[in-house]
Design a binder for this molecule. Structure first.
Ligand SMILES: NC(=O)c1ccc[n+]([C@@H]2O[C@H](COP(=O)([O-])OP(=O)(O)OC[C@H]3O[C@@H](n4cnc5c(N)ncnc54)[C@H](O)[C@@H]3O)[C@@H](O)[C@H]2O)c1
Ligand SMILES: Nc1nc(=O)c(N)c(NC[C@H](O)[C@H](O)[C@H](O)COP(=O)(O)O)[nH]1
Length: 218
């Protein structure tokens, strides 16, 4: 029987205090070697997924550049279709397959704007994108594995809905601090430790001053 969702790997670079960006959205935590590690990983997955805020803040390409390899399909969660038309994602959508996942709340004008680009639009969910049905849809499209590269709001949705299989964390040698800085997992958070998914620490690897932790679910 076909699996109802792809294999999901959550990945992030965090400061030693668990933040993924400063309060101003600066997230440049990875070193060159760490980027090479990430790009190797990108080249091995069918798709890479991020939330709209990450696109707005980082203006990422989400391609494989530090190593040779194929680019994964890019998937952006953007409920209302407010992604910037000048973003590298939209501007390179003629070269790299791109899916914009939107919800039924998207305005006609934003939908029209997105349709001007050669992107695939998947509409699911009332207010925000229904990631369970999105995963189901992607599975039918033969997307077998997805690298979720954040940000914190997206990570919470995947963790809270138990839609992940592995977590890769790069603890980077920085301290960010501050109550307004974004953490690896945002959202409401669990109120009891026992509600947190149980994780098994599989491997730890030192990469210069970085520590790469690989977890799977128990
Ligand atoms: N260090 C790292 O590894 C890393 C990785 C990724 C992002 N970041 C940083 O994280 C910050 C962005 O994180 P964030 O938490 O603000 O936003 P995010 O990137 O998680 O995007 C969240 C947005 O995605 C959209 N969305 C649509 N459907 C959704 C759904 N079902 N679940 C969740 N989101 C949905 C919504 O507009 C929502 O506001 C940026 O500053 C970025 O630089 C850091
Ligand atoms: N591993 C990792 N280390 C970081 O320091 C960082 N900021 C991210 N962030 C993930 C997010 O998806 C970013 O937007 C892309 O890492 C930028 O992607 P590009 O280089 O433009 O392809 N991820």
């Amino acid at each position: 029987m076909e699996k109802s969702r792809p294999h999901v790997i959550l990945s992030a670079a965090i400061s030693i205090d668990g933040k993924i960006a400063t309060r101003l959205g600066d997230s440049k935590l990875s070193s060159k070697k760490d980027k090479i590690r990430i790009h190797k990983l990108r080249s091995k997955v069918d798709a890479i997924l991020v939330g709209k805020n990450t696109v707005q803040r980082d203006d990422p390409l989400l391609t494989v550049r530090y190593v040779k390899g194929k680019n994964p399909i890019r998937i952006i969660l953007d409920s209302r279709g407010t992604i910037n038309i000048d973003s590298k994602i939209l501007q390179t959508s003629n070269k790299i397959p791109t899916i914009i996942a939107v919800s039924k709340k998207i305005s006609k004008s934003n939908l029209k704007k997105l349709k001007k680009f050669p992107v695939e639009i998947i509409m699911t969910g009332e207010n925000s994108v229904n990631i369970k049905s999105l995963m189901n849809h992607l599975s039918k499209r033969k997307i077998k594995n997805i690298l979720v590269e954040g940000g914190g709001t997206v990570n919470w949705q995947f963790i809270h809905n138990d839609l992940f299989d592995e977590i890769l964390i790069a603890i980077s040698p920085f301290i960010i601090g501050g109550i307004d800085a974004i953490t690896f997992v945002q959202g409401k958070g669990f109120d009891k430790i026992k509600k947190s998914p149980r994780l098994r620490l599989n491997t730890i690897k030192k990469l210069e001053n970085y520590l790469i932790l690989h977890y799977t679910k128990v």
